[in-house]
Write a protein that binds this ligand. Structure first.
Ligand code: SAH
Length: 353
C-alpha cells in the first residue's frame, strides 16, 4: 500500500528533518545536539558509513549500525552521454510483496549548471500518452531518504556538487507530496546541501489540490506545470489527469499562485507534431498564458509512442517564433541525455547499450 510506505521507519536517520532527528536521539537517551551532527554528516558530507560520524562515540556508532540507521540506494547500471549527462538506475529494497523496484535519476551537465533530475515514485499512475514512464507498472511512492539519496549518490559518483535539483524524473511528485516536500526542505537546509529554493524545481502534471496546498504553505521552491496542451478538451486526449482536474481549474490555481506568492511559474510543453503544434494551438497557448507571470519551456517529443514523432528543428523554431511574436518568454529546452534514453519521458526505456 503506497500510503504505508510514506512513514519512514523510526530508526532511519537519512531523510529525517533536524527536529525529527532530535526526537530520535532523545528517544534513545542521547543528547539533542547529536541531531545536528548527524544531519550534517548525512546531508552535507554525504556520509555512507557510520564510521564517518567521527564525533560520535564508538559505542553509539555501533548501536546505530545495529539499527541499520544509514541505508543507501544501490546504484545499478549507469550510462554516460558524450555531453557528460549521465543516467543512473537505482534499485530499491523490495516491498513487502517482494516485487523489485527501480527508479532512475539523471545528472545533466550544461555550461555552469549541474542539475540532478530525480524520481519521486517507482512508475507512475498518470499514464500520460506521450510518456514512457506511464507504460510501467506503478510500484509505489519513494520515501524521503530514497529521494535525497539519488542526489547524494550521483554527487559522490561525479565527485562534484550539483547546483540544481528538478523533480522531473519518474512519477508524479504531487502524488507523493509529503515526501517530496520533505526532501526539498532537506536539500535546501543550510546544514545540508544548502541549495537555494529557486534552484529546486518541482514539476506536476496538474494535481490541483496539491498545488493549493503548496500555495497555502507558501513553499519557496520553483513550481513547474506540465501543460502540454492549450485546449481544455484536447488536453484530456493526451493527459488523463485533465479529466480529473480540468485545465480551467488548473489555470485558476496557477493564477492565484503567481499572484499570491508574487512569483513566476514555469510551463512545460512537450511538442508533438500533429497533436499540439501549429498556428491554432499557438494562438490558444498565447491566449491562455498571456496574463500569467510565466516562462514556457518547449520540450521536443522524445518517444515514438502511438506512432508519434519528434518535431524537426524547423518545426520547433516555427512554433517557438509564433509565441515569441506574442512576446511570450519561451525557451527550447532541448533534450539532454537523448542518446542514453535519459531525456524527459524516456526514463522507463531500456538503457542504450
Ligand atoms: N509527473 C510530473 C513529473 C514528470 S516531469 C510532471 O508531469 O510534471 C516530466 C516532464 O517531461 C514533463 O514536463 C513532461 O511533459 C515531459 N515529458 C514527458 N514525456 C515526454 C516525452 N516523451 N518527450 C518529451 N517530454 C516529455
Amino acid at each position: 500500500m503506497a500510503q504505508a510506505m510514506n512513514a519512514t521507519a523510526a530508526h532511519i536517520l537519512k531523510g529525517k528533518s533536524l527536529s525529527e532527528l532530535e526526537a530520535f536521539f532523545e528517544s534513545i537517551g542521547e543528547p539533542r545536539y547529536r541531531a545536528k551532527q548527524a544531519f550534517r554528516r548525512i546531508n552535507k558530507h554525504l556520509a555512507v558509513s557510520l564510521d564517518e560520524f567521527t564525533e560520535f562515540p564508538l559505542e553509539l556508532r555501533n548501536r546505530l549500525r545495529d539499527l541499520d540507521a544509514l541505508p543507501e540506494l544501490t546504484m545499478g547500471k549507469s550510462d554516460l552521454d558524450p555531453s557528460g549527462t549521465e543516467k543512473a538506475l537505482f534499485e530499491l529494497p523490495a516491498e513487502r510483496s517482494g516485487r523489485d523496484r527501480a527508479v532512475e535519476a539523471v545528472w545533466i551537465v550544461s555550461e555552469n549548471r549541474r542539475t540532478v533530475c530525480i524520481s519521486s515514485q517507482a512508475g507512475c499512475t498518470l499514464n500520460c500518452s506521450f510518456c514512457a514512464t506511464g507504460v510501467l507498472e506503478f510500484k509505489g511512492n519513494l520515501e524521503t531518504w530514497q529521494i535525497v539519496d539519488q542526489v547524494y549518490s550521483l554527487m559522490r559518483k561525479r565527485g562534484e556538487r550539483c547546483t540544481n535539483v528538478v523533480f522531473m524524473g519518474m512519477g508524479e511528485p504531487f502524488h507523493n507530496y509529503e515526501n517530496v516536500i520533505r526532501a526539498a526542505r532537506i536539500l535546501h537546509h543550510p546544514d545540508g546541501l544548502n541549495l537555494g529554493a529557486r534552484h529546486i524545481t518541482i514539476s506536476t502534471a496538474g494535481v490541483v489540490p496539491s498545488i493549493e496546498r503548496f500555495l497555502a504553505n507558501r513553499e519557496p521552491f520553483n513550481l513547474a506545470i506540465s501543460l502540454n496542451h492549450p485546449d481544455p478538451v484536447e488536453r484530456s486526449h493526451i493527459m488523463d489527469i485533465n479529466k480529473k482536474h480540468p485545465l480551467p481549474e488548473l489555470i485558476e490555481v496557477v493564477k492565484r499562485y503567481t499572484r499570491e506568492l508574487d512569483t513566476r511559474i514555469t510551463f512545460e510543453y512537450v511538442l508533438i507534431p500533429g497533436v499540439n503544434m501549429g498556428a491554432e494551438n499557438a494562438k490558444k497557448l498565447i491566449k491562455l498564458t498571456r496574463n500569467i507571470r510565466c516562462k514556457i519551456n518547449l520540450i521536443p517529443l522524445n518517444t515514438n509512442l502511438h506512432g508519434w514523432r519528434r518535431p524537426t528543428d524547423e518545426e520547433v523554431h516555427e512554433f517557438q517564433n509564433l509565441l515569441l511574436e506574442a512576446n511570450l518568454p519561451v525557451f527550447n529546452r532541448g533534450s539532454p541525455g537523448l542518446s542514453i534514453n535519459g531525456a524527459c519521458g524516456m526514463l522507463a526505456l531500456k538503457s542504450a547499450s
